[in-house]
Structures are given as structure tokens and as C-alpha cells.
Ligand binder design. Structure first.
Ligand code: LLP
Length: 444
């Protein structure tokens, strides 16, 4: 490992601050993650490829367990799920939040204990519900009034299922309009403001197969401030007190969802988990004491903050085009493996790897290979001026909502996921090939 350059030390900038903690610099501009050279991974598994640092995943699970020792921590599988990921989460003692029969079945068939799984979904299909009941999922979160009778009927009069109610607490937070879910006027949950949440609770209590164990809220995603969580928690405890006053029952669980923000680029803020845990605990104790309520067990559902910083995307440059003032650096992936820039205007910090360049940096836009002008991976980033086809680019903080949101657009095929740990690399998810596309295409 070589030391940081003098200019980096002088500016105080740490360009590797958003990379996994295991990241080291190798001679000649190389970078290793989990003890494995990224250039070697590109050679061995080809590009584009997603690298997952399992040590970073484990460390992040432990950070949660340490910050929230009395709470339940459920990993939100939608951020990224594979059999190996389910194993790591189970080994670290976390629960799992799933939102489809697919995520649920993959986790359970990988050996994840079903009783530690929570099923979400604003529109659960009959298949989702049947799978959840068949596999014995721990809890189901009710998201709409019609679900109450459907679920009770599917369970049958002699059955039993623990449920929570997803409440919309009326708090706006989140990194982009499309991922703000804490206020009315979006599709998730039951409103606290218009009384739908209270009404649903009354109906659930009238259905004996359903055991209401708590309330849930998820106010949004990529939130970097603690305040909205504290405000939401106060409102949720207010509702718990009203449930106690109206129905005479004390709910034992309060699930505050996920949404914990991470830094994608050096210098960006991330949600401070220790502060979050401390402030939630204090607010919970104070609000419950004020309402004369027994303190419920807290749950949190982080997805991005566990797996996002553990992932690095690798691309090879296919073309460099200078058009007027602009330089376009086109890589062998794009919006089919990372739709986040196109969907949310997400910004990333790609970096040249595999060779050392002394060329002056130049502003460039990293684009993908797809047939759309909006296929931009990283606009206006600084890359060495001598960047050329054949070079490798690596994008940190790529572990969440990229591979899991990848599509089959242009039949490029979804990239593989390669785990690195302790100096060894192994394939977790293989590359999607033309054969996979052909096999699904059964018409003539
Ligand atoms: N719990 C519930 C009920 C959720 O809906 C979500 C995310 C989470 C937990 C986990 O949130 P996280 O800690 O990962 O922020 N595709 C978007 C993010 C969508 C989040 C959807 N729900 C993105 O790429 O930013």
C-alpha cells in the first residue's frame, strides 16, 4: 500500500473515504478491496461486475448491533439479496425485511429462519401471502384496509399470524421525492392524519387470527438527518397511547423502518447511527413516560447503510468522445445495472483503477452503453485527461439498489456479483448471458 499523495494530505481530502474500510492502494494505481486487486477481478470475471466486500457487510451489521443493542435490526433485502447475503445477515443475528414472495423464498431456501422475517408490501399478491403463511414468516405488515380481510381469510379461523400496521406519520424526509414515504399523498401505509390508521387498527383487533403486535413507519430513504426520525417516533408513540386508551391494549413493538443515508461521494454527509440510536432511545423513553406507556421494543430496517458502502461497481471504458466542450467516457455497463442516476439524479464518484496516470484531471461525463441519451452514470466528474478505451473505472458505494434494480434493457445482461473477503474472491451471482434471455423467450 502506498501512502496518500502530498496534495491529498494538504487538502485534507480522503478520496477513499466512501470506499470499504478494507480498501488499499496498490503500486501503479491499483486498488484492492477485501485484499483482492480490482483489476484482477476485472480480468478474472470480466466487466461490468459488482464487487461485494463481505467484511464490510459484517462490520456494518455489527455497528448496528452495537448502536442498537436492545432493538431488533432487520436488513431490508430490497437493497441487495443473494443466498450469501442472507447467510451473512443470519450469521450476524439480524432479522430480514422482505417485500415479495421472491425475496422471501430465496432467503428461506438459503436457510434464513422464517420467524426472523417481516413481510412488507403495499400490494401483496395472493402468492405473496400464501408463501408467507406457508413458510411461517414472523410478521406481516398491513399496508391497506383491504388486506385485513384477505389476510384473515387466508389464515383461516384456527390460524394465527402476528401483524403490524404501516402508519404514515406525516413527516417528510428523504433524498429524493420518489423515495419520500412519510406523508400522505403517496401509495404506502395508512394515514395518521385522516384516521385510516386508527380505523385499520380497530378492524384488525376484531379479527382473532391476526395478532396486532405493533406499529411500523418508514418515512423515506437516503435520510441524513436524525430529526425527522425523532419527530416520527413521537407521533408513533402518540398513536400507541391512543390505541391503549381506546382499546385497552399496549402494543409491544415499534418499527421505525430504514432510510439511513450514506455518503456516495467524499465529503457528503451520512446519517450518524450512534446519534440516531441515542436520540431514538431518549425520545422513546420520554414520550412513553409522558404517556404512561410501557416502552415498546424498537426495530429498525436498514438496507442501504448495510450493503451500499460494501459494494464497488467495475466497468471497462469502451469509448472516449470529445464533443465541443464535453468529454464523454462510455463504459460497458450503464442504466441497466444502475438506474439510480436516471431515476433520482444520484451522483457518484468513479475512479480510474489499474494504472497510474500523471495526466491533468479533466471534467468528463461517464455514460453507459444503452440506447438513451439519459444513460448517464456520473455527470461532471474529474478523471485523468489521458483516460482511454481499455481503462478500468471503479465506482464506490455501489452495493445498494443497483444490482437489485438491474434490468434486461438492450439484452446487455445483468453483471455478476463477486464477493471479496480476506484476500479471496468468489462468484456469488453469475453474469446473465444471452442464453438466459433465450431460455425465457419461448414463443415463435
Ligand atoms: N423498510 C421499508 C419498509 C422500506 O420501504 C425500505 C426501502 C427500507 C426499509 C430500507 O430503506 P434503506 O435503509 O435502504 O434506505 N431505490 C431507491 C430506494 C428505495 C427504498 C425503498 N424502501 C434508491 O435507490 O435510492
Amino acid at each position: 500500500m502506498t501512502t496518500a499523495t502530498l496534495s491529498e494530505i494538504a487538502s485534507g481530502a480522503d478520496e477513499l473515504s466512501v470506499w470499504p474500510a478494507s480498501t488499499t492502494r496498490l503500486p501503479h494505481g491499483g486498488i484492492a478491496v477485501g485484499g483482492v486487486s480490482l483489476a484482477e477481478i476485472a480480468d478474472r470475471f470480466d466487466t461490468p461486475a459488482y464487487v461485494l466486500d463481505e467484511g464490510e457487510v459484517r462490520a456494518r451489521c455489527r455497528t448496528y448491533r452495537d448502536a442498537f443493542p436492545d432493538a431488533e435490526v432487520l436488513y431490508a433485502a430490497k437493497a441487495f439479496l443473494s443466498r450469501a447475503m442472507a447467510h451473512r445477515i443470519a450469521e450476524e443475528g439480524l432479522g430480514l425485511d422482505v417485500c415479495s414472495a421472491g425475496e422471501l423464498e430465496l432467503a428461506v431456501t438459503a436457510g434464513f429462519p422464517p420467524e426472523r422475517i417481516l413481510l412488507h408490501g403495499n400490494a401483496k399478491s395472493p402468492h405473496d401471502i400464501d408463501t408467507a403463511l406457508r413458510l411461517g414468516v414472523g410478521r406481516i405488515v398491513i399496508d391497506s384496509p383491504s388486506e385485513i380481510a384477505r389476510l384473515a381469510a387466508a389464515i383461516g379461523p384456527t390460524g394465527h399470524q402476528k401483524v403490524l400496521v404501516r402508519v404514515v406519520p406525516g413527516i417528510s424526509a428523504g433524498g429524493h421525492e420518489k423515495i419520500r414515504t412519510g406523508t400522505d399523498g403517496q401509495k404506502f401505509g395508512l394515514s395518521l392524519t385522516d384516521g385510516s390508521a386508527q380505523h385499520a387498527i380497530t378492524r384488525i383487533l376484531g379479527r382473532p387470527p391476526l395478532e396486532l403486535v405493533g406499529l411500523h413507519c418508514h418515512i423515506g430513504s437516503q435520510i441524513t438527518d436524525v430529526k425527522p426520525y425523532v419527530c416520527a417516533l413521537r407521533r408513533m408513540v402518540g398513536l400507541m397511547a391512543r390505541v391503549r386508551d381506546t382499546h385497552g391494549i399496549t402494543l409491544p413493538e415499534l418499527d421505525m423502518g430504514g432510510g439511513h443515508g450514506i455518503a456516495y461521494r467524499p465529503g457528503e454527509p451520512a446519517l450518524d447511527l450512534t446519534t440516531l440510536a441515542r436520540r431514538l432511545r431518549a425520545e422513546l423513553a420520554a414520550s412513553c413516560a409522558a404517556a404512561g406507556l410501557a416502552v415498546p421494543r424498537l426495530a429498525v430496517e436498514p438496507g442501504r447503510a448495510i450493503v451500499g458502502p460494501a459494494g464497488v461497481a467495475l466497468y471497462r471504458i469502451l469509448a472516449v468522445k470529445r464533443t465541443g466542450e464535453q468529454t464523454f467516457v462510455a463504459v460497458d455497463g450503464g442504466m441497466s445495472d444502475n438506474p439510480r442516476p436516471a431515476l433520482y439524479g444520484a451522483r457518484y464518484a468513479p475512479r480510474l483503477i489499474g494504472r497510474h496516470s500523471t495526466a491533468e484531471p479533466r471534467t468528463a461525463t461517464v455514460v453507459g452503453r444503452h440506447c438513451e441519451a439519459g444513460d448517464i452514470l456520473a455527470a461532471d466528474v474529474e478523471l485523468p485527461g489521458d483516460i482511454h478505451p481499455g481503462d478500468l473505472l471503479a465506482v464506490p458505494a455501489a452495493g445498494a439498489y443497483q444490482q437489485s434494480m438491474a434490468s434486461g434493457y438492450n439484452m446487455v445482461g445483468r453483471p455478476p456479483v463477486v464477493a471479496v473477503d480476506d484476500g479471496a474472491a468468489r462468484l456469488l451471482v453469475r453474469r446473465e448471458t444471452l442464453d438466459d434471455f433465450r431460455r425465457r423467450d419461448i414463443g415463435d
